[in-house]
Design a protein. Structure first.
Length: 256
């Protein structure tokens, strides 16, 4: 395991690492026959591919869980192409570049990791660490590709049996991921408007409770969290002030 990368195992006889397989510490994904071969082939054809993502399926229904990911702006919500859709011939069957691939089953080129670094531990124990890493790969000139011929079955969120805890961590890490963007006042305002609209338009009690708890946790961790997210070591005072304003208002919406 190179550089002590938690949850990422080197695939046999390759120069890439696979996250999500039973060879790693995350044991809720099962690789279909030929998955590793498909990933190795894709790396050989795309020499600037830094991360590859498999077509990830639900174990019971066979419906699609992930066929590449994208961000819903300005809330910075990580969403999955094909999520919960039945698998149909000709749909989500083409290799393509995507914004991110899920950490449930991703292959990472060793050379790319040496350039851009590993998963940021500020996102531990999970959620958005994969999005952040894919951002850094793309910023470094590496591509992020969805490879449908590589297939994986994944028991979604089995690492987090407590639903409230899972929701709180997911929202906490969405806020942590969005934090550097709060340096742009216009973006921070747009984020707050969209977050308020989401919470007031039918969010469940469980989600509102989780959002409130997530905001409290991030607020309590400022400015340390901001420092961990600012890779360039830039000034964080104004960033933290904006984050406090946004997240305090989010909590106010949750409490109304």
């Amino acid at each position: 395991m190179e550089h002590g990368l938690k949850g990422v195992a080197p695939a046999p006889s390759t120069d890439f690492h696979l996250r999500g397989s039973k060879e790693s510490e995350n044991q809720d994904a099962t690789l279909a026959s030929g998955c590793l071969a498909a990933l190795k082939d894709a790396f050989s054809r795309h020499d600037r591919a830094g991360a590859l993502g498999a077509k990830t399926l639900y174990p019971d229904t066979g419906h699609i869980q992930h066929a590449g990911g994208y961000l819903e702006l300005p809330r910075m919500a990580g969403l999955h192409h094909g999520h919960h859709e039945p698998e149909r011939k000709g749909e989500f069957d083409e290799e393509c570049e995507v914004e991110f691939v899920t950490g449930a089953a991703m292959a990472l080129r060793s050379a790319a990791l040496r350039e851009v670094g590993l998963f940021n531990e500020v996102f531990s124990p999970g959620y958005y660490e994969d999005v952040d890493l894919c951002d850094r790969l793309r910023a470094g000139g590496w591509s992020v590709l969805f490879i449908p011929s590589a297939r994986v079955t994944h028991h979604e969120s089995s690492s987090f049996a407590d639903r409230h805890l899972r929701l709180r961590i997911a929202h906490r890490n969405r806020y942590v991921y969005a934090l550097p963007r709060f340096g742009d006042a216009a973006f921070a305002d747009a984020f707050l408007v969209a977050e308020r609209a989401h919470l007031e338009s039918g969010a469940s009690f469980d989600e509102i409770r989780a959002v409130s708890g997530a905001a409290i946790e991030v607020l309590a961790g400022l400015p340390q969290v901001a420092t961990q997210r600012m890779a360039d070591g830039g000034e964080t005072d104004d960033l933290c002030a904006t984050a406090r304003r946004v997240l305090t208002e989010v909590r106010g919406v949750c409490n109304t």
